[in-house]
Write a protein that binds this ligand. Structure first.
Ligand SMILES: [Zn+2]
Length: 251
């Protein structure tokens, strides 16, 4: 792990050790999977549901715990609906066989047996992948193929977009991360999740631009988002795609 400041797509920043990941939720209030958190920057009470299923109630500086609990009560219906939506969110199949539909290059593609050839292979969209045996769970073999391809395609695209936007990138690596799509260090090292090969191209490009723009703004301030909007105006659409479909990619 590289040292220095890092930011990730979910905007969760843990300054300790320079490592960023979703901090384990700290329960400070009554149960129900709701965490109460004071925020110096909050102007009002807020309630949000994180991808980990933990709801966060934000208390403004002059707010009280009692008011926060009342606020949560008033918004309980909203929270229930949000939880329900999260439960219905699509997830990738656990076992992959011929006929399973999986996310591949932005589409739900059916795993099909590849015609002819003396070695067992399958097609996904326009791509053909060799697998050890067709009767097995194909997921481990295909994941390994995807990662190999991602290690070629994603850095190439990152260098291309870095050159286009004039960003001084030192290193691009492809990793297997379960909680984030990408990260960036102040020293110019960008990490990308191999699963970006599963998403549509505009989502992949958005994440790369997002990490590149952290080299200008190491935060998620309005200035940062203005930079993102400048180089990638479709960023909101990409975020919406991730919210809806990230489960298919295993995130
Ligand atoms: Zn970020």
């Amino acid at each position: 792990m590289t040292h220095g400041e890092q930011y990730d797509w979910f905007g969760l920043f843990a300054p300790e050790h320079g490592v960023h990941r979703a901090p384990p939720p700290k329960a400070e209030g009554p149960g129900d999977g709701i965490v109460f958190r004071r925020s110096a920057g909050a102007r009002t009470y807020r309630l949000s549901l994180g991808p980990d299923g933990v709801a966060v109630a934000t208390i403004p500086p002059r707010g009280s715990m009692r008011e926060a609990e009342r606020f949560v009560e008033l918004n309980r219906k909203w929270l229930e609906r949000a939880r329900e939506r999260q439960r219905r969110r699509p997830r990738a199949a656990d076992v992959w066989t011929v006929g399973t539909r999986v996310l591949w290059r932005g589409d739900l593609a059916e795993i099909r047996r590849a015609a002819a050839g003396d070695r067992p292979s399958v097609c996904l969209g326009a791509d053909v992948f060799r697998v050890p045996r067709l009767g097995d769970d194909l997921r481990p073999a295909l994941h390994a193929r995807f990662i190999r391809l991602a290690k070629v395609e994603l850095p190439a695209r990152a260098w291309e977009l870095a050159a286009q936007t004039g960003m001084d990138v030192k290193r691009v690596s492809v990793r297997d991360q379960r909680t984030r799509w990408g990260s960036c260090t102040a020293a110019g090292a960008i990490s990308l999740n191999w699963r970006l090969i599963l998403t549509p191209e505009f989502v992949r490009d958005y994440i790369i631009h997002h990490e590149l723009m952290h080299l200008r703004e190491m935060n998620h301030s309005p200035r940062f988002w203005a930079c993102v909007g400048e180089v990638f105006p479709r960023w909101r659409e990409a975020e919406a795609w991730i919210k809806r479909n990230g489960g298919y990619a295993g995130l």
